[in-house]
Design a protein around this ligand. Structure first.
Ligand SMILES: *Cc1c(COP(=O)(O)O)cnc(C)c1O
Length: 218
């Protein structure tokens, strides 16, 4: 099977599974990290418009080849923010006010922002605690240039996935009450996107179920 048919078959399967569980609109972000720009072109031909990357260098390269909405979802390094904000229009992983101040300083266009919340308090995989989450949200809502979409999370490996999603659903409901203008929830990857959607995810970030397994990176 050629690469295009392979990706098309995987994509159809993912889309079917999404519509089987979703009772609300879900944005499918194809995570293209570690895959070549030629795969991104295939995805674009297949109608995908949202692409996710974890690393600045890959985002720079591929966003020049394929037009679309580019999402940054990796851990933010201050010294990369100027470049990240040049190609990404959505940031999923903001968890530090200092990074937002750099975004305000450098971003050449307005950004849509998800705040990453930590579900285990350990911050290993990034994410702010609840208290910081709310003050960050207030700071972004006060910005005239950038907009807050909602919150993002990656379930920790230390907790059963179902309990992580039950916890996230509660955090999300509380957050929406406080910030009704930012109701989106970015959660769900290849292994758990159906569970994420049934717990309220509006944006899923899916890589390997569409493109195949990656050579190990982090
Ligand atoms: C890699 C990654 C994804 C996609 O993971 P898959 O398991 O390949 O679907 C989604 N979100 C984040 C933050 C990632 O780092």
């Amino acid at each position: 099977m050629n690469r295009k048919s392979e990706i098309e078959r995987n994509l159809d399967e993912v889309k079917e599974k999404i519509s089987a569980v979703a009772d609300h609109e879900v944005v499918l972000i194809a995570v293209t990290k570690s895959f070549p720009a030629s795969d991104v072109e295939i995805l674009s031909q297949l109608g995908i418009k949202d692409f996710g990357e974890n690393r600045d260098a890959e985002g720079v390269e591929k966003s020049q080849v394929v037009a679309g909405t580019w999402h940054f979802q990796g851990q933010i390094q201050s010294n990369k923010l100027k470049s990240i904000t040049s190609w990404a229009s959505v940031i999923h992983s903001l968890d530090d006010l200092r990074h937002f101040q750099l975004i305000e300083k450098y971003a050449p266009h307005s950004l849509s922002i998800f705040l990453q919340v930590s579900l285990d308090g350990a911050h290993h995989r990034g994410g702010a605690g609840i208290k910081d989450l709310y003050s960050l949200a207030t700071a972004i809502e006060n910005s005239s240039k950038h907009s807050l979409l909602g919150i993002m999370a990656v379930p920790p490996l230390s907790v059963p996935t179902l309990s992580a999603y039950e916890q996230l659903q509660q955090i999300h409901m509380d957050f929406k009450k406080e910030f009704p203008g930012a109701p989106a929830l970015s959660a769900g990857m290849s292994g758990d996107y159906e569970m994420a959607i049934s717990h309220g995810a509006t944006h899923v970030r899916i890589g390997s179920s569409i493109l195949g397994s990656r050579s190990p990176q982090r």
